[in-house]
Design a protein around this ligand. Structure first.
Ligand code: SF4
Length: 217
């Protein structure tokens, strides 16, 4: 991870009321030249991750359709729910992380991803703002458990104490825990914008996503 991706400046560019698009940019210094040069031999090591989200952002990724084949010339998918890799690998170049941080497992994952990834993309509104998963923040977490596992249960009511990751008291966007390099808004982000992002990163260009997507779009 570069100094820039961990710096205060990177974190402080999250979307705000005055700056709703936030840091939909990536400075060239974030991009390791050894993997972005078009003539580079090895492909970019890419990952997609699913935290507390609905999978809609991943569905939008799949909406790239035949462009997935084109992108596969430049990207090597080393970790994603769409393949069967169990462990997040070392030295990932780009990770698109869908969903908010909602459980102890999410928290462990996002720190691991940050440590082992050069460019971390907050992928979709849940990752950028908390969005839908954060609707539970208005309620104490014990009430959330009771509603989900007792009041609405039709079989064996009771809060699970194993297998299901423990919920954190609040759902928070990714940048509140680790520095984010690119904010890709949208619920979900359109496939065309995902394509622009990936092709720009692979080519070493700074993505300019502000004209193409916004919160909720
Ligand atoms: Fe689903 Fe929208 Fe959240 Fe993506 S941003 S995970 S589409 S709710």
């Amino acid at each position: 991870m570069t100094k820039e991706t961990t710096g205060e400046g990177a974190m402080n560019r999250a979307p705000t009321a005055d700056d709703p698009v936030g840091a939909q940019f990536i400075a060239h210094e974030f991009i390791a030249p050894e993997f972005v040069a078009p003539h580079e031999q090895r492909r970019v090591r890419a990952a997609t991750v699913w935290l507390d989200g609905c999978s809609g952002c991943h569905m939008s990724f799949l909406d790239l359709d035949e462009r997935l084949i084109e992108i596969a010339q430049s990207l090597e998918m080393v970790y994603t729910p769409l393949i069967d890799t169990k462990t997040y690998p070392d030295e990932v170049d780009v990770a698109l992380v869908e969903g908010a941080v909602s459980s102890e497992e999410d928290l462990e994952k996002i720190h691991r991803i940050r440590r082992q990834t050069k460019i971390l993309v907050a992928f979709g509104d849940c990752a950028v703002t908390g969005n839908v998963p954060s609707m539970r923040n208005a309620f104490p977490v014990q009430d959330v458990y009771r509603r989900g596992y007792v009041e609405t249960a039709t079989l064996n009511p009771g809060t699970p104490d194993q297998v299901v990751p423990r919920l954190l008291p609040q759902v928070r966007p990714i940048h509140e825990y680790v520095p984010v390099d690119v904010y890709l808004q949208g619920c979900p982000p359109p496939a065309d914008v995902i394509y622009d992002l990936l092709t720009d990163l692979v080519a070493g260009r700074t993505p300019d996503l502000t004209a193409h997507t916004r919160f909720g779009r």
